[in-house]
Design a protein around this ligand. Sequence first.
Ligand code: ADP
Length: 192
Amino acid sequence: MRYYILFGPPGAGKGTHAGAIAAKYNLKHISTGELLRAEIAAGTPLGKQAEALIDAGNLVPDEVVERMIENAFDTIKGVDGFLLDGFPRTLPQAEVLDAILARRGEKVNGVISIMIPDSLVYERIAGRAQKEGRADDASPEIIAHRIQTYHAQTEPLKAYYRAAGNYYEVDGYPGTIEQNRDRVLALVEKIY
Ligand code: ADP
């Protein structure tokens, strides 16, 4: 099995480009944000626990997403690997992921980091808010808080994966969605 991570700030285009990568390489796309929103929509205890945190632009506890990921690895069959989107987001999550994969005799094959400037994060999320109606997209304050969380807690993972020798960057702008997708696909083709 192969394990790839789609990395980058909110609005970088991880979710937008994931489908094309997953289809091309027969990977299962797993978005922890989508899994959490499904729990909220279904009204599960986990969803109830996560909702206020997500709506305020905070991360949910590491253990919650780590459990979701391991459960997905245990239950999803018939694919050549996994494309993780929005996980890991903290150093402890990255370390736990390495431990989970080591137990399976596997490793992270590549981290695809989609880069956009903070100013574009605001612009794109404001556009998405109109379409998707996510509470955590609704106010500039919450978006600012998510950007801050990204820089403080998630960005340190760059150094972690650089040290591991499997970190690759691609620009997530400018251009159309298709042009950006082609850039991302070209990088994946090179590192796969
Ligand atoms: P975005 O890429 O726009 O930040 P996501 O759908 O990836 O959106 O995540 C939405 C929210 O779900 C995050 O702000 C956070 O509250 C929660 N979440 C998603 N993935 C994780 C994770 N790996 N660790 C902690 N919280 C997470």
